[in-house]
Design a protein. Sequence first.
Lengths: 263, 560, 117
Amino acid sequence: MDNTIASTNALDAQPLMPHETAAHEHEEHGHVFVPQHRHHFETEEQQREAGSFGMWLFLLTEIMFFGGLFFAYLLYRNWYYPAFAVASNQLSVPLGGTNTAILITSGFFMALGVWAAEVRKRKMLVVTLIFTTLFGMAFIGIKYDEYHEKWEKHHIPGAQFDVSDFVNPAANGITDEQPLSPDMAQHTQIFFFLYFAMTGMHALHMIIGLCLLFWLTWRAYKGDFSSGYVAPIENFGLYWHFVDIIWLFLFPLLYLINRHPLH
Amino acid sequence: MSTAAYSSNTIVLLPDQATATIPKKNYITAEHGLLSWLLTGDHKRIAMLYLISITFFFFIGGAFAGMIRLELLTPQPDLVSSDTYNKFFTMHGIIMVFLFLVPSVPATLGNFLMPIMLGAKDLAFPKINLLSWYLYVVGGVLILAALVLGGVDTGWTFTTPLSTHYLNTHVITAAMAIFVAGFSSIFTGLNFIVTIHRMRAPGMTWFRMPLFVWSHYAASILMVLGTPVLAITLVLVALERAFGIGVFDPTKGGDPLLFQHLFWFYSHPAVYIMILPGMGVISEVISTFSRKRVFGYTAVAFSSVAIALFGFFVWAHHMFIMGVSNYSALVFSLLTMLVAVPSAIKIFNWSFTLQKGSITFETPMLYAFGFMGLFTIGGLTGVFLGSLGMDIHLTETYFIVAHFHFVMVGGMLMAFLSGVHFWWPKMTGRMYPESLSKLAAVTTFIGFNLTFLPQFILGYLGMPRRYHAYPPEFQVLNVLSTAGATVLGIGYMLPLLYLGWSLKYGEIAGNNPWQATGLEWQIQSPPLTENFVEIPIVDYEAYDYEWLAKKQKEQVTTVG
Amino acid sequence: MAHAISHDQAHDPMNVTNPEHAEHHIVTPLQYSMVFGTLLLFTGITVWVAYIDLKVFNPILALAIASFKAVVVVLFFMHVKYQSRLIKLTVACGLFTFTVLTIMTLSDYISRSWGLW
């Protein structure tokens, strides 16, 4: 039973920080409320369950939000496979793969952070949150690098887009790709549009998450989350892992369309 | 004990007006000052904020409707230019759909009543509720900005590639406005779902909840799962406009139908988001004014969820002529026929509720009757449109316009007004003037039929929608329609006036002027901020009118 | 009161707030480490397999591995394995709706050039 936490109702729970007078009247009933208890909830359990359920519902909206993009990708990859395959090969697998590993590591530290909050280890929580943030920032850094490279090669969709890499690869030093017809080469723009839209939307979610992480780390340092009030860490963890899962799909779909040798 | 007159023509039972007062301590008097309203977490105050904002946008949307009907008085395009006319119907559609119909019942009545009906002190996430309202306001301001900057003329459906490549108007501003308003809707739905699952009072099982709650539950599922798809679609439209890629542009290899699939994947469930809460209101009103429990409670509850579920499977019936494959059209047509069934079940159940009930005709009930008739017509015409052959003839004509106005205005708006009148005494502590409100209800009904019935005929005869000129032989019907619109407008202005009047001069309502069942009628009017002095323990079924009648009979016999 | 009921039951006899009386399970760092290792391993496998020509199975395998990783993250990192039925149902609903969007829209595109209707 050492994996289960004693209910916060137990009177032998660790003494809590002093809390507002409004909560005192509940103590007589044997309830032990954290300071962050909201009065429209009857119990701690109810508040935590509601918070977690609410976060999951929000993640459902994110599934449907990204879902539209994934469908657009599915459609155009089917229609313009040669363009997508060639365009995908312009992305760097080492960078993408490293980013995937970085994000998984960030998620690992976040999960450890949730554990630390649950067993009330303040210092460990702060350290794991810091590592989560650092790895998240590393991810964004590499993404920036990749975007910058696209900018330099004129692969950003729009007026500046340059199809010469695809129409005439040999002239641009690319030896392992077949040239595409001008029509199909234009469709590489759709690939890059989806690449930027999907990874950009993903990066936006990560940046929002990083901002929240700064705030959460500061509050964790002050001890807000190591006395039984775990919900923000848990719920942020759900968000962070979800953003991770999106990337776990983006990586093979965008980077690994057709990496086997020319045949 | 009240000594008010109890006439058999009405179930209204008000306290003695000579001695009655509004309770001094209630959610309105709890705190003072503008900031106490703008920073409130109280679901009732947020509901009132919403009521004010949606009324504001309703009248703006209505003004555009007036302009449309004015132009259509004559067959020639003589009032405004075609571009301006396009802006009229676009702004009318966007404002009415996103800023009025979607939030109307859930954000006002749902927000106010849901926690009380469940026996809770507030919704699960009060701060998110407030955020919801602010997002709505931001969305509304952005629409006003788009309007002031020159308007949008794509039609509320933003069809590509027109909206992405061929128009010079403020599409991105409007798209972002709807994006923000969409999140308002998502957060409301999220709040409702968590509250219903996790915050019911002791004894309040799923099948003891009022049907109003079931309808909102179903609508909330649609809000949470459907709206994000609209959000990403609008983002794609905005990006497409900004960078001109070709995701929706056929000349660059894109598919305009991709936009439509993604757009209607939300926008069809959206119509159920709009109507389901209204249906919830009707369940409450019909049972109260027939003094009978709703016939087939379980069927009505499950049919709400069934509408939500099937509503996700039918969206391409908006696209039959757009180039979807014939096989796909067949599948969607069949599913469309199926989705009509749960709606029909509700109408049957309400009818059987009325049967052998003690029916009285107060204003909410008048609106409810209007709803039942007009929604039935609207719904049946929807079935016509669901069959492929008919749709090819009728689509993009005034038949469609009439169909959706019957369900949305004859249905949903009537349900909203029914609910506002029914719960007005609870929300404000005051009754509205009954004879004036009955006049307004009848005026609305007459005006509505005069406006929209001719449009069915016009559509069938072939008058296209979204055109500001038409062949002269259609003029008579158009004039009838515009005349009706004028009457309708008066019918809608009246409640604004008398409801406002009633805030100061209306009769004091007391806790339960309708002698209705339901937790909201057991507490004071207006309610306390925390709703209940003690959390109720529920050990009776919903709509237990037999129990209520027995209790009253006991009271009468013991007095004698 | 004749019998002792817990205070939660007095407030909540229908046990709305914790219907399955789920004990609050804590996932250990060891379990997390094993999941971490699995995720890294399968990322490597995804990359390795991408360079082998398996014709139509390349995308299928890539998606299958990604789905497996996602399931592992959902069950362990996001604790869903130890959560209430409601949470599990919620996740399923999200996936179901995404599936409906994908499959029903795809059915239009796939069937567009069948026959000559």
